[in-house]
Design a protein around this ligand. Structure first.
Ligand code: CA2
Length: 148
């Protein structure tokens, strides 16, 4: 059973309560339940959210030490955080960057990701299915790691 850590960044605790036109109507708890069901006996899901960058850094380090795969929706930190990029590189964790929305169809400042170059891959624009697709990629297990 592969450990999978699902890490969510700032404001994602509001999911399902506001802006359903962009982010859908499911809550983070709904997404956690979907992932746990989909993983079944193939993986153990640890699901977390924080509005604080340092928490995400610590959790990425923990995931790396545990040999866990990481599904990371870093929220707005995606576009600004060198600390998260360094954490991913340093932890040598296999991280898939996910987004609910298609960030490339939105404002220009969302087109840039500091973490994409050190992620195993990026999935964006499929709502909660983005997380499920990332789970399948991690459980597919070709042994790939972040390139940097
Ligand atoms: O599309 C995504 O998943 C994002 O990571 C969501 C972030 C945004 O800054 C990224 O550019 C793309 C924002 C998360 C805020 O979530 C909310 C949910 C409901 C209501 C308000 C905010």
């Amino acid at each position: 059973m592969r450990p999978i850590h699902v890490l969510n960044g700032p404001n994602l605790n509001l999911l399902g309560t506001r802006e359903p036109g962009i982010y859908g109507s499911l809550t983070l708890a709904d997404i956690a339940a979907r992932l746990t069901e989909r993983a079944g006996a193939r993986g153990t899901i640890t699901f977390r959210q924080s509005n604080h960058e340092g928490d995400l850094v610590t959790w990425i380090q923990e995931a790396g030490a545990a040999g866990a795969g990481v599904i990371l929706n870093a929220g707005a930190y995606t576009h600004t955080s060198i600390a998260l990029r360094d954490a991913i590189s340093g932890a040598k964790a296999e991280v898939i960057e996910v987004h609910l929305s298609n960030v490339h169809a939105r404002e220009p400042f969302r087109h840039r990701s500091t973490i994409a170059p050190v992620a195993r891959g990026v999935i964006a624009g499929f709502g909660p299915l983005s997380y499920e697709l990332a789970l399948e990629a991690l459980l597919h297990g070709d042994g790939g790691h972040a390139p940097a």
